[in-house]
Design a protein around this ligand. Structure first.
Ligand code: HEM
Length: 160
């Protein structure tokens, strides 16, 4: 693994960075550009339907990049021997952040699917509650965690 990292270092770091761009950037665009626009839709049913549809698109786009982020991180952990280095705490912090972000993402996927089911059953209040949690707390939490992970990455790359 360390040999592969040494040979393809630029490409592996590129994949790591572009994955963070898509994951964190996608959530920021959804929360701060698309979401306020959806809120202008007057019909609650139509509004919730559009939000659920857009979230499905976002989750489908980011999922492969979540995996690429982890795979490239493993290459860097091995390639830089991070666990045995003085930067191990940074590496562990980033591993923890990735794990929390990924668990949060899967809970959001489950909540969105439940909201769609409730919408189809005509339970508008239940669907609204499920989607509200995603928009108000879960996406912002992942944006903040992602920004912290990017800052730690910048600190690491500056230290090598
Ligand atoms: C899973 C555990 C992770 C590990 C072990 C890890 C490790 C690293 C390392 C070693 C670097 C420096 C690469 C170099 O310059 O040679 C880096 C950079 C970076 N990481 Fe991570 N990372 C992890 C997760 C994440 C996550 C979750 C994000 C964001 C969502 C992220 C975003 C970035 C970015 C944007 C850079 C580039 C910073 C720069 O070049 O200034 N990383 N990461």
């Amino acid at each position: 693994m360390a040999e592969i990292f040494a040979e393809y270092k630029t490409f592996i770091i590129f994949l790591h960075v572009i994955s963070a761009v898509v994951w964190v950037g996608g959530m920021i665009a959804m929360r701060f550009a698309a979401h306020p626009s959806f809120m202008q839709i007057e019909s609650p049913a139509h509004r919730l339907e559009r939000i659920a549809h857009a979230l499905k698109g976002l989750f489908t786009i980011v999922l492969p990049f979540v995996v690429i982020l982890l795979v490239t991180a493993i290459f860097m952990i091995k390639g830089y021997e991070l666990s045995a280095s003085e930067y191990s705490s940074f590496s562990h912090a980033k591993e923890g952040i990735w794990s929390i972000m990924t668990i949060n993402l899967f809970v959001m996927i489950i909540r969105r699917n439940r909201a769609v089911k409730l919408l189809n059953e005509g339970d508008m209040a239940g669907a609204k509650f499920s989607l509200e949690l995603i928009g108000k707390y879960m996406v912002p939490a992942n944006i903040i965690l992602g920004i912290i992970a990017i800052f730690l990455g910048t600190t690491l790359s500056n230290s090598f």
